[in-house]
Every structure is written in structure tokens, then in C-alpha cells.
Ligand binder design. Sequence first.
Ligand SMILES: C[S@@+](CC[C@H](N)C(=O)[O-])C[C@H]1O[C@@H](n2cnc3c(N)ncnc32)[C@H](O)[C@@H]1O
Length: 286
Amino acid sequence: MFIISYKLPYEKLDATIELLAINDIYNVFYENPLEITTDNYGYGYLEKEDEEIILKVAFEGEKEGLDEFKDNLKAILKMDYINVEENNYDYTTYDFPAIHLDEKYVIASPDEEFEGKTKINFISQGAFGTGLHETTQDILKLILNTLDMKEKSVLDIGTGSGILSIAASMAGASKIVAVDIRDVEDEVMLNASLNNLNNIEAVIGNILDDETLVKDNFDWIFINIGGEETKMFMKYIKEHLNDNGNILVSGLVEWSFDEVKENIESYGFKLISKHQTNEWVTAVFN
Ligand SMILES: C[S@@+](CC[C@H](N)C(=O)[O-])C[C@H]1O[C@@H](n2cnc3c(N)ncnc32)[C@H](O)[C@@H]1O
């Protein structure tokens, strides 16, 4: 496949995609010029509308037809491309660099090797949880190095790519239920199988609305969604934790941590440890 890139102002994006569609060219994609913002409780996103954008058009024909396709695009778009590259990867998967969590653990693709380190095999298909974010990294380090997961059952709320479930399984958890409101099942199961783990079950849906989705109780509940969502889930968490069970919570920002902590404590839990990287706080409650 060949990818032909064009640079254009953001406000021309919709009209350009429409123009291509009128000419039967649909294999078009772009990266959102998003700015990550923070609000009272955590993440937010702003589309940066004054930004230039890179629009990519995929050509799936043989190399011999490429010049004709480019001429056709020029006639339609009335502009020159900035780049053409051959890309034999599925563009719905994203390459990412190996992430060295610490001196013991690395997250990387199955074909890379790092001597002396334990590798978490990982292929991203776009869900949150590549290990790049501070919150994910802090939780992973705790699960892999510090917390007692041996023979414990785990509920991973907002599992995304499933990376926390995979770490829990590697750390000795007996059974993990990985839940998300988005359909991440394929990604979770792919990454579990890349690490030869078969004790992770993916559950997709809104567990707050549908009580039939998760019926068990657990020794650990992980939640890395945000402060507001943590508060929203607290009654559920209380009801689904075993006696003496623990909560591992992240995605909290330092300016609302105390408020979220008080909320968690109002359900009878005690803060055991608190960890912070930049503004992001991760905490364990019992
Ligand atoms: C910040 S990501 C965390 C991903 C991964 N657990 C990690 O720690 O890197 C939050 C995830 O929670 C999911 N999510 C948001 N609201 C949810 C809800 N009400 N129930 C279940 N999952 C939810 C999102 O789809 C997303 O995959």
C-alpha cells in the first residue's frame, strides 16, 4: 500500500474529504490535532482548529498505477502532495517504541528482545493503555514489583488495551476480569495470548447498568479512568470487593486527589499508599 500525504488547514478538512468521496476515494485518514487538557478531575481534549493537518490517502493498487492515481488526486485536490511512502502495515495498528518501565520490565512488540529484562509483549490496536502514560506506568510498576497479586482475583475496570490485566496475570493473579465500555475485546485477548496468558476474561459493556455482566467479588479492583468516574463506581466497587480487598486507583490529578480520597474513605476504605508522577496520582486503598 502507498500513503500519499497532503498538508492543509484544518478548516478545509471536511470539504476535502467530501471532495475525495465524490470521486470515489474513501481510503482517507488523518490525525486529530488534539491538545490534551486537564479539568477538575483529569483528562480532557481540545481539537486545535487553527492547526495545519496532514491528510493521508491510501492507494492499495499495484506500483505501476501509482503515478496515474497521484495525477488523478492532483486534478481533484488542486494541490501537490508533501510525501509518498510505501506502507505494508495495517494502518489501523500503531507502531510504538519499547517502553522501559524500570530495570526489570519492558513493554515491547513480540519481535524485539532485551537481554536481562522481562518483556510484556504488546501490540497496540488503538485503545488507551500502551504504557506511554504516567498513570499506566505507575500502576504497572506497583503491580509487577510491589503489590501482592499471588492467587488473587482481579477486576480491571476500564481495561483499555488490557495491559494492567496482563501485568496482574504475570504477577501471579489467579483470575482477571477485564471490563471496558468500548469494544476492546480483540485487543485484550490478542495481548493476553501474546504473553501466553489464559486467565483473563474480557467483558464489554456498562457494568453499572447491567448487573448480569459481572457477578463475582474480587480481591483487587483496578480503576484508571479518572476522579469523577472513580466516585461514580465507588458503590459498585464496595459491593464487588471481597472482605479485606484492595483498590488500585489512578488517573487522578493532584488538585482533586483529596476530594476523591475523602469519597473513597466514606465507603470505609483506608489509604495505604500514594504515588505521583507529574500531576498524576495513583493510590492503593484497603
Ligand atoms: C485511561 S484508560 C485506562 C486504560 C488502562 N486500564 C490503563 O491503565 O492504561 C480508561 C479506559 O476506561 C474506559 N471507560 C471509560 N468509562 C468507562 C465505564 N463507565 N465503564 C467501563 N470502562 C470505561 C475507556 O474506554 C478507556 O479504555
